[in-house]
Structures are given as structure tokens and as C-alpha cells.
Design a protein. Structure first.
Length: 514
């Protein structure tokens, strides 16, 4: 089950102290270390985007497999083009994401990942072109993308936040690239034990950049919320146990991912790294020499070997994901939480009703519903419940939800339902860009989700009575169902009415987790 779950989830900063002064061109931001030129897409004329800003030095040569280093100052930087994603591959195997909804792939391509590069440690900022109140800074949501710590990036079409900011004009959204697979989680014998999860260290450096610089874009660095999906939510959960005293955020939103979803690599002998090394000209070397050789090897050759080997179904499987290092990933999260070793950040946590259909053997006519339901329960719903209980027991405010939306342009096959990730087009407002027109209900549900995610971030966990959603108390009542038919709450912005799952319904779902 562990390997199946892993397969499922398929201090200096850049330009120190940017001023909040804008140049005459409202697409440029000027700072002491340089000027960043952004752009405006005619499709979203009220949004300024700043794409591909380096937050770290390129992780090349001796910096490959190493902790990230802050980016160097620059003179001028054009942030008008979508940056490449980090090194990865897209499987050729039939999946909904390769056959039906390729907009979950970087650049939205099918059969390729689009532009990739090892020089990829960049972030992108979407901000309203005209601030509602220039003196009032906006809440900032920072998105951690999913992809099983193997794939993903800021260019995933369904996860580009321009439509979100265009609609609301009261939110700033940041996305960022980070290293994955062997480049982010090498688990190499030649590396120190606490430098194996460099992809997770990328996350921290990106957030330091946001905390230090987002005010220049109109953002409030005291109102930063972290939200993620799948392995992105797993990473956020890990993060809350690592940076307990200084999380640089006020709230977290965990969608379909948390610390109890087992996506770890267990290879204490470092055999996977050595196996790959032996196939790219770095075999039969001592650990230090092996590492040095792999830092000189061609990055595409490394990735291509992993791709060919893995897609062929070769055994033993070769897999690179976080390892327990007791620095960024811990062996016992329940004990750490009980000891107070978790950041006390209000948490919105939930899953989708049909997560598992994405991970069963693909058939255009349908998948095994019983197997899909079991995958949903064991790999997503129950770990989410455990993570919620862990935080509740630690005195952290928790808000639970389940997403049940089923819209035909996002779920084009009738059996797909609310599959893993299907809520993301609703959240980012990209649901109507592909496969036909959207319904009014779809638009309302999307708007309600965006409003809720933003308010949760703005208030640091809703606050008292905001939106009428009370924290979960450990019983079977306070869980919101984001469902087709009612949207998230019926009277948007007025009474704050939510559609709650009935007590019996929640009890039935929770009881199956033991």
C-alpha cells in the first residue's frame, strides 16, 4: 500500500528591501537591487503578472543536489514569460491526465512536459493592476503544487491564478517551482544525512523571498496563507513541523494531502541513486566520487533514464521522494504535535469525494468503483481525518471540508466525479477555459471557493463567526460539503450559510477510518 500511495500522489533574498514605489509603467517594480518588468495579459486586463522571478541561484554543477542559495542581485529582469518547470517527465501510460484532462500537466501538453530546465527555481506573482485601496495591503496566498514530488510547475494551465485575481481584485497569489524526483530528493550516500530533502528546502527559501518582498507588489506579509494540493499539501504539513516558531505564514490549507499520507522513499542503502548513477556513466565509484560525477552528468540523461526505466514497469522500482531526516521530515508526527512541535496555524483541511478514480487502471468506459472508493478512503480521507485530529488535540483551530463537485467540462467522463484535483480549476477560476461552456452554478461554486480560501487567509482562520463556519470540535457536525447543486454556501456574501454534511453522514465516513 505504501508504494501505491507514493504512486498516487502522482538569509539573503533577491534584491534586498524592494521599495513599494512603482515606476511610471505600472507593470514594473523598482527596488534597490534592480527593476522587475511584469506584464498584462489581454485576457485578464486587470491583472499584472510577474513570471519566473529567481528566488534562488540556479542549482547547477556543485549546487545540484545541494541546499538552495539565495538568488544574486540583478540590474533589470523581464518577468513577462512563463518560466520552464523543473526536471521531470510525463508518463506515456493511459491516465485521465494524459487522455482526458491534460491541463493538469505543465504547459497543458500531452506526451511531453513542455519546457523543462534544471535552472528552474523561480516564482511568479499575480496581483491586481489597480489596488482597491493603495494604502491597504492585500492578503497573499502561496500555492504549493502537487505531482507526487515528481512533477508539476507554475505553468500548469488549470493552476494559473490570473482568472482568480481578475474576478476578485482583492487577492495576491504566488506560485513557485521547486526541485523534485532525484534532483530534489537524491538520497545519495555522498550527501550529509540532513541534506537529502533539498526540494523541501527550496520551499523555505521561496517563502523567505515572499515574506521579504511581497509588500512591493501590494501584499501584506503579515497575512500570508499557504495552500496546496496533494504532495503540495504534504509539503506544507511537513513545513509546519519544521518551522514551528517562524513559519512566515498565518494559516494553511491542506487539500488532499497531509503528513500522514505515506509518500516517503525508504532506501537507507542509497541504492536508487547509485543505480541511476551506474546508467549515466558514474558507476563503481566511492560515495564522494559518485556524487561529484553525478553533478557533472547531463540532467536530461539522468531524467530520461528514470523515465524509460519507470515507464517500462521495470523492477525493482526506482523512486525519489522525501526521506525521514528528522530535520524536514520526521518519523513520528503524532508525538511531535503532542510535544508542541507544530506551528500553531489555523488549518482548513479536506479531500475530494472521488479521489481514487484517478489512480485505478484507466478505462474510458469506467474504473472499478469499489477499488476507487477504497483508495479514496485509505489513502486520502482517513489520513486527512487523522491530521485534523492531531491538530485539534494540539489546540489548533481546524476546519474540515469535502469537495463533491461534478462538472462536465472538468470531469468529462461520467465516472470521474470529484476526482483527485478536480477542485483546482474551480479554485483557480480556470474551469471554463476548456471543453465547453460553464454553468452559472459552476461559476458560483468557483466564486464561493475563492472567497472562502481568501477569507481564511485574510482572517488567519476565519476569526470569530466569519462566514458562519465554526471550527471543528471533533464531533460529526462541522464539515462543509462543497457540492454540485448548492455551491459552497447558498447565499454568497450575505448570510454565510454553508451546506453541512449531516451528522450521520460524517459519522459514517469517519467510522470507516477506525
Amino acid at each position: 500500500m505504501r508504494f501505491k500511495t507514493a504512486a498516487i500522489l502522482a538569509a539573503t533574498v533577491l534584491y534586498h528591501g524592494i521599495s513599494a514605489r512603482y515606476a511610471d509603467d505600472d507593470r514594473a517594480i523598482e527596488g534597490r537591487g534592480g527593476r522587475i518588468y511584469g506584464g498584462v495579459d489581454p485576457a485578464t486586463p486587470d491583472v499584472r503578472h510577474f513570471l519566473g522571478i529567481p528566488y534562488a541561484q540556479p542549482p547547477l554543477k556543485d549546487l545540484r543536489f545541494a541546499p538552495p542559495k539565495p538568488a544574486l542581485p540583478f540590474g533589470e529582469f523581464s518577468a513577462t514569460r512563463m518560466p520552464p518547470s523543473c526536471m521531470q517527465y510525463l508518463t506515456d501510460k493511459p491516465l485521465p491526465t494524459t487522455r482526458d484532462v491534460p491541463e493538469f500537466n505543465p504547459a497543458g501538453l500531452n506526451g511531453t512536459t513542455g519546457p523543462i530546465s534544471e535552472d528552474c527555481l523561480t516564482l511568479s506573482v499575480w496581483t491586481p493592476r489597480d489596488m482597491p485601496d493603495p494604502k491597504r495591503k492585500l492578503p497573499v496566498l502561496v500555492f504549493f503544487y502537487g505531482g507526487a514530488f515528481q512533477a508539476g510547475g507554475t505553468s500548469v494551465p488549470y493552476q494559473i491564478p490570473a482568472q482568480w485575481v481578475q474576478r476578485n481584485k482583492n487577492t495576491i497569489v504566488v506560485t513557485f517551482n521547486h526541485r523534485g524526483n532525484i534532483f530534489g530528493f537524491p538520497n545519495a550516500a555522498g550527501l550529509p544525512a540532513q541534506e537529502q530533502n533539498v526540494g523541501l528546502l527550496d520551499h523555505r527559501l521561496a517563502l523567505e523571498w515572499v515574506s521579504n518582498n511581497i509588500h512591493a507588489f501590494g501584499g501584506d506579509n503579515s497575512t500570508i496563507g499557504l495552500f496546496g494540493h496533494s504532495s503540495g499539501s504534504v509539503a506544507i504539513a511537513y513545513y509546519t513541523y519544521t518551522y514551528v516558531q517562524d513559519p512566515l505564514a498565518g494559516s494553511v490549507i491542506l487539500s488532499s494531502g497531509n503528513e500522514y499520507i505515506d509518500i516517503l522513499s525508504r532506501d537507507p542503502g542509497h541504492g536508487n541513486f547509485t543505480f541511476v548513477a551506474s546508467h549515466v556513466g558514474c558507476g563503481n565509484l566511492a560515495p564522494a566520487e559518485e556524487l561529484a560525477c553525478m553533478r557533472r552528468a547531463d540532467a536530461h540523461a539522468i531524467e530520461d533514464f528514470i523515465y524509460r526505466y519507470s515507464d517500462a514497469g521495470s523492477v525493482p522500482p526506482v523512486y525519489f521522494s522525501p526521506v525521514i531526516d528528522e530535520r524536514t521530515v520526521f518519523g513520528n508526527y503524532t508525538a511531535r504535535a503532542q510535544e508542541g512541535q507544530i506551528a500553531r496555524l489555523p488549518t482548513l483541511i479536506g479531500t475530494s469525494r472521488d479521489e481514487g478514480v484517478l489512480f485505478e487502471p484507466y478505462n474510458p468506459a469506467g474504473v472499478d468503483a469499489a477499488l476507487a472508493e477504497e483508495t479514496t478512503r485509505a489513502s486520502f480521507y482517513c489520513p486527512s481525518l487523522k491530521a485534523a485530529r492531531t491538530r485539534l488535540d494540539a489546540g489548533i483551530p481546524v476546519f474540515r471540508y469535502i469537495y463533491s463537485g461534478n462538472f462536465s467540462n472538468v470531469s468529462p467522463r461520467p465516472w470521474m466525479g470529484a476526482y483527485h484535483g478536480s477542485e483546482l480549476p474551480m479554485l483557480f477560476g480556470t474551469y471554463g477555459l476548456y471543453r465547453g461552456a460553464s454553468t452559472d452554478l459552476e461559476g458560483q461554486t468557483s466564486s464561493n471557493m475563492q472567497h472562502t480560501w481568501r477569507e481564511f487567509t485574510r482572517t488567519g482562520g476565519f476569526g470569530a463567526g466569519v462566514l458562519g463556519w465554526d471550527p471543528w470540535d471533533g464531533t460529526y457536525r462541522e464539515m462543509v460539503d462543497i457540492r454540485r447543486g448548492v455551491g459552497m454556501f447558498a447565499d454568497f456574501g450575505a448570510t454565510g450559510f454553508f451546506e453541512f454534511v449531516s451528522g450521520a453522514g460524517v459519522k459514517d465516513m469517519d467510522s470507516k477510518c477506525g
